[in-house]
Design a protein. Sequence first.
Length: 263
Amino acid sequence: MSLFGKKEEQVVSESDVKRGLKKKEFVFYYQPEFDLKTNKIIGVEALMRWNAPDRIIPPDEFIPVLEKSGLIKDVTDFLCRETLTDLKTIQQKNCPDAVMAVNVSAAQLQEKSFNVIVHKVLEETQTEAKFLECEITESQQMVLPEMSETVFQQLADAGVAVSIDDFGTGYSTFKYLRYLKNIKKLKVDCDFVRSLGEDARSKTILSAIIKMAHDLQIPVLAEGIETTEQKEWLEKNGCDYGQGFWFSRPLPLDQLIAFIEKK
């Protein structure tokens, strides 16, 4: 789920990114994911932010630079290491089964070192593979299904969970479901949830997605839940999990811990 709206276009250079990495300006916020029936936290999604000196730079500005420059490999290690270390803290706060969901880019999936890095960090942080979930944004039109299937299988063989993010926004939605096995979660794009109260067709589409996913034995998470009405409709219509401002905004680790301790 994209956390940032569109702003006036500003160019981010490779040197800017290198400086930001060196000065440790990249930080993580975490947005909890909830079981709609029990309202219990099932996991958190890691959202990377760049706290540059002049502004907070959204991922859609710096991720392409990381991919083009090859720095994405360094970020993969940083991403896994930092988030899985934070997961240990989260699990100790009455969330022992919480999963850490991280967004994985097309460039990361095509790097031969990707699985090596994941396995290494899992081992070094002493984290069971089942507690790491790699989110693949379906709308990226990222890689050929055949290549994805290989990467997915490698992750699945290691016990890592894989989910499809922003489901329903890309050109190859159903092709992915046909080719990709071992999908652990389908995250429905927030646009469908946002239009629930104003467009009857959105309800029909969401109902169909939930039924189709369940027929494939894939749980469904609805993104962008902001109202009680949305939450209740989704729960009534069989959606398994939810995420959005109705539950919690993305939070830095210390605020997330405080949020968990209050529940």
